[in-house]
Design a protein around this ligand. Structure first.
Ligand code: SF4
Length: 387
């Protein structure tokens, strides 16, 4: 296990690519850069008033749908707080202008010959220049780590995080075998919080789990929570790990705090197959119940909905959450062998995935549990009584 302290160069690459926008030299039709990120490919959020557009730059792949393609990248775009609506014509023009900028500047990025893996580099301490990411009015996210040693095979973040490593010229390592630790993030966060308006801060949206095993060693999540508490912000944690209970006394000191658990099935045999590195379902349910009993706002994310009894899942989860998010497995081909092990062949997989999602959604709806919009978490803190 190595723990050298390294500068993360992919941040510099993002700054090079977006420089005219970041320096304010280019302000397309009044839109401004709300934030940028380099942890899941290169991402840019543009804002004008309450309207936000998220632009994501991925590895070029002619087989995948996207807004447009450049020589090196697929460029995707969506409205941040209204993903269901297509971009309107003025918004498409803004994104087209950004694509033109990327085309002009992508040659400034080094063409990195990627090395093979030379070590099982599990831990890398990194120094970052930004931690708190604004993503829309009153909403932020922060990732205390990048990478995740829980290592679920279906994890959507894996490919994007790998792309960021590739841009940086880092060796390819299997997902679940590496984690970047933002050890100095809490100090930086304290400074950033002073420059923003207090709001809801998600830990962590997708690229890591804030309570993966290494949190016990580095406590980056805990130290970030302490900074949020001092500055009057509201944390919203999403995890698969019962270790969050170790921070329960701290979370109770917030005026408002939310804790959600990813619970994709009630069947622990299925969990063991699909999420072998994650905590057993019973432990997650127990931890969720304890957060609920402690007065925190609690929610569940059934994503991806996995095989199992939807009625049992909803019956166990509904009494201890105020909202639920249900979604299917995307990129299911990555977990091909696992579906086959549960008797679901490639031909029927998509249908099974859709049926499972619908059945779980119906089971929660029948129990009156509201759907959670992960883009707008303010409903978690409405004054209406909890379910
Ligand atoms: S716990 Fe979350 S971030 Fe970690 S591998 Fe699983 S899905 Fe990905």
């Amino acid at each position: 296990m190595a723990a050298a302290f390294e500068r993360r160069w992919v941040d510099e690459l993002a700054k090079t690519l977006f420089a005219p926008l970041l320096l304010g030299r280019s302000k397309p039709s009044g839109w401004r850069v709300l934030s940028w990120d380099a942890e899941q490919g290169l991402c840019l959020t543009l804002a004008r008033g309450a309207r936000c557009i998220s632009i994501e730059i991925e590895r070029r792949n002619p087989e995948l749908a996207c807004f447009d393609r450049t020589e090196r990248f697929n460029v995707c775009a969506r409205r941040s707080f209204d993903a269901s609506s297509a971009l309107d014509e003025p918004e498409r023009r803004i994104v087209t202008a950004v694509v033109r900028l990327i085309r002009r500047r992508e040659r400034l990025l080094p063409s990195v010959e990627r090395s093979g893996a030379t070590r099982l580099a599990v831990v890398r301490k990194i120094s970052v220049q930004r931690v708190l990411m604004p993503e829309g009015p009153g909403h932020y996210y922060l990732n205390p780590y990048v990478g995740c040693t829980i290592g679920c095979e279906f994890c959507y973040a894996a490919e994007r995080a790998d792309f960021s490593r590739e841009l940086e010229g880092l060796p390819r390592l299997a997902w679940g075998r590496w984690v970047d630790v933002k050890d100095d993030a809490p100090e930086l966060l304290r400074r950033e919080l002073k420059e923003q308006v207090p709001g809801i801060v998600r830990l962590s949206p997708i690229i890591t789990d804030p309570y993966q095993p290494i949190e016990r060693r580095f406590r980056v999540t805990r130290r970030c929570l302490e900074a949020l508490l001092e500055a009057g912000y509201t944390p919203c944690i999403l995890t698969r790990a019962a270790r969050v209970l170790e921070d329960l006394p701290l979370l109770r000191r917030f005026e408002r705090a939310a804790v959600g658990f990813s619970i994709p099935t009630a069947d622990d045999a299925v969990r063991r197959a699909f999420e072998p590195g994650a905590d057993p379902i019973a432990e997650r349910l127990d931890a969720l119940a304890r957060c609920h009993a402690a007065g925190l706002s609690t929610f569940a994310v059934v994503q991806p909905a996995l095989p199992g009894d939807p009625e049992e899942l909803a019956a166990r989860v509904a009494p201890i959450v105020r909202a639920v998010r249900v979604d299917r497995m995307h990129l299911a081909e990555r977990a091909d062998g696992l579906w086959a092990a549960f008797g679901v062949g490639a031909g029927e997989r998509q249908q099974t995935i859709e049926r499972t999602e619908q059945a779980v959604s119906a089971a929660f709806a029948a129990r009156g549990v509201p759907r959670l919009d992960l883009d707008d978490l303010s409903s978690l803190f409405d004054e209406s009584p909890q379910t």
